[in-house]
Design a protein around this ligand. Structure first.
Ligand code: RFL
Ligand code: PHB
Length: 389
């Protein structure tokens, strides 16, 4: 098989890139290791920056998002019984959309299927060959049958555990990593959200986040130990712990119910440099991971897609390699800023094992400062709603 851009990974990065390129008449093949049902069962991001929303519109897949997404103009930051509202529109001039990653992925699958563009599930043994030549290829198998795609470019959109990053030789690749000593236990429940905006809460018992998907679907997280298993946490234990981490007025009005999903995510900051090797480009979680505190993972994947899409368009439409030559540099500049924000917000809001009272006082002093300082709130809000591409 031949195509122009072989896309490894059928998560949001790969599907969005594929759809944008398809709209410009650039052929792609998307290869996904899992089944469609599996990809759609993963509950992940919920907050979209305007840059991602704009890409969905440009890709022609925003109709449902524009109808169903909830616009959020602010979020509540709570610490103990204290709290303040971070007003995104007042402080940064933009809002965010609450619309699940699952819905984004579903809309992109529907569009790809409607366009009849090639998408293969359950591919195995994916290998990238000749990335440092003018004629790369991707070899893989389906049901034990070997296959090959010859292409102009390979987009490595296969997430943190994919093969693309590891295809770049070790001596050309530099990795930066910070692993946090805790995780997030998340549940999804068919209950009305406790508040009409997100609540980020820092307490002596650890961090908690109240988020949502729609008016009758809530998403809640609590900081947990890395040694916990989701099965160790009954729904009752989860709700009790969540209540202990929220200001009293929210704890008292929280509507609880059975969880319909429960999972633990470890927290990690990770960046690999460069994001390009010859004709292979890394995109999204394949190249970088942020702790979810700042809601930046999917949004940073989207900014990579933006730079790569424009680079590839430049190549095919204007015969210029400038965009792809500068892809890694442009993408990384923005990635590092999202890493910084996510790292800062995570350090501010969580209790770290071994943290002493001085460390806690520093966190409280910083939150007090944020509560009372317009400039600090602007800096935070600008990062939260998303820095420009
Ligand atoms: P994905 O979503 O991991 O998709 C990669 C796809 O590649 C497939 N794959 C392969 N396919 C073929 N061959 C191989 N060898 C392959 N190896 C892997 C995988 O099966 C998968 O389908 O990466 P992508 O597309 O770059 O998207 C990144 C986002 O998924 C991720 O950054 C976000 O979910 C992070 N994240 C959040 N981001 C936000 O912007 N806002 C949020 O509010 C937010 N909340 C979160 C999050 C992530 C979380 N978890 C569980 C990690 C909350 C949580 C709890
Ligand atoms: C979510 O709704 O899943 C969510 C929202 C905000 C975050 C992280 C996750 O910072």
């Amino acid at each position: 098989m031949k195509t122009q851009v072989a896309i490894i990974g059928g998560g949001p990065s790969g599907l969005l890139l594929g759809q944008l390129l398809h709209r410009r008449g650039i052929d792609t093949v998307v290869l996904e290791r899992k089944t469609k049902a599996h990809v759609l069962s993963r509950i992940r991001a919920g907050v979209l920056e305007r840059g991602l929303a704009a890409l969905m519109r440009e890709a022609g897949v925003a109709e449902r998002m524009d109808r169903e997404a909830i616009r959020h103009d602010g979020a509540l930051i709570a610490y103990g019984e204290d709290s303040f509202r971070l007003d995104f529109t007042q402080r940064a001039g933009h809002s965010v959309l609450v619309y699940g990653q699952t819905e984004i992925t579903r809309d992109l699958y529907d569009a790809r299927e409607a366009a009849g563009a090639p998408l293969e599930f359950e591919v195995e043994d994916v290998e990238i060959h000749g990335a440092d030549t003018d004629a790369p290829s991707v070899r893989y198998s389906v049901n034990g049958q070997p296959r090959q795609i010859d292409c102009d470019f390979v987009a490595g959109c296969d997430g943190f555990h994919g093969v693309s990053r590891k295809t770049i030789p070790d001596h050309l690749r530099r990795e930066y990593e910070k692993v946090y000593p805790f995780g997030w236990l998340g549940i999804l429940s068919e209950t009305p959200p406790v508040h009409d905006e997100l609540i980020y809460a820092s307490t002596d018992r650890g961090f908690a986040l109240c988020s949502m998907r729609n008016p009758n679907l809530s998403r809640y997280y609590i900081q947990c130990s890395l040694y916990d298993n989701p099965e160790d946490w009954t729904d009752k234990a989860f709700w009790e712990e969540l209540k202990l981490r929220l200001p009293r007025r929210f704890a008292d009005s929280l509507v609880t119910g059975p969880s319909i999903e429960k999972s633990i995510a470890p927290l990690r900051s990770f960046v690999t440099e460069p994001m390009r090797w010859g004709r292979l480009f890394l995109c999204g979680d394949a190249a970088h991971i942020v702790p979810p505190t700042g809601a930046k993972g999917l949004n940073t994947a989207a900014s990579d897609v933006h730079y790569l899409y424009h680079g590839l368009r430049d190549f095919y439409e204007n015969n210029s390699t400038e965009g792809i030559d500068r892809y890694s540099e442009k993408a990384l500049r923005r990635v590092w800023k999202a890493e910084r924000f996510s790292w800062w917000f995570s350090a501010l809001m969580h209790r770290f094992p071994g943290q002493n009272m001085f460390d806690t006082k520093m966190q409280i002093a910083e939150l007090d400062f944020l509560r009372s300082n317009a400039a600090a709130q602007s800096a935070m809000a600008e990062n939260y709603v998303g820095l420009p591409y």
